[in-house]
Design a protein around this ligand. Sequence first.
Ligand code: 0GY
Length: 305
Amino acid sequence: MPTFEKTPGWLDWYADPSQPRFQVPAGAVDAHCHVFGPGEEFPFAPTRKYTPCDASDEQLFALRDRLGFARNVIVQATCHGADNSAMLDAVAKADGRARGVATVKPDISEAALQRLHEGGVRGVRFNFLKRLVDVVPTADLTTISHKIKDLGWHIVIYFEAADLPELFDFFSGLPTDLVVDHMGRPDVTQPVDGPEFALFQRFLAENPQVWCKVSCPERLSVSGPPALNGEQAAYRDVVPFARRIVESFPDRVLWGTDWPHPNLKDHMPDDGLLVDYIPSIAPTADLQRRLLVDNPMRLYWPDEV
Ligand code: 0GY
């Protein structure tokens, strides 16, 4: 049995998150979360850039129930490479209440894709963050996009705002729906009306097939969570960015916890606080229902809509 030691400095996820004050609407979907291992059962990939702590499906489902969510979208994380077994096992154990997003290699067969589909996978993920991958995956992405398009899958892309200018046309030409992780990681010290975020909004405006996860304020924030007395809004410097996207593209936004929050060394978010952040970016019941229920259901459970 392999044993793994987590990357030094890595913070553990909250074992006992606060009970959110905001009650998510019935049927809400946590559309971005992961499982890690357990490493003894599902070993981490030799190519990984970090070794996480274990975060099992049972622990994920316990968090789902505690926060009041009904369903999860479990996204393959880079620490498992293209071995999707931990994610597939978790989806299988969720009794139809989870879908998966996989990482696949360009030589994957049609039969293997079909098996993934039957296992609940509805998308593939490509990571463009240089700290997480060795090569920019444009060639593989092009090949795979043509293999998955007839399955009705989408492509999840994770990139940083500084890289969008060179990727804009490439992404716009892909043949499937796209889902952008964490708003394309804007630099929130820039103005919300500045050129960097304007380009991201133009990317969404010109491409009706692009969806956006307004997730991970904790990764983007400089102001951070509120002080313990809770006087100030959580992650307040990210709010104008996320709210702008939610209000401009209300039918193409998704939200997720990002539990168990890979790769964080400075600050680990309290998942209850993350849920309490939602009304600050989706201030009306209508926006909240679209963000948390209608949109993810249309993308991941279209047969049930
Ligand atoms: C996230 C963020 C990160 C990591 C990964 O697959 C991954 O390893 O996505 C990150 O380090 O920013 O969304 O999980």
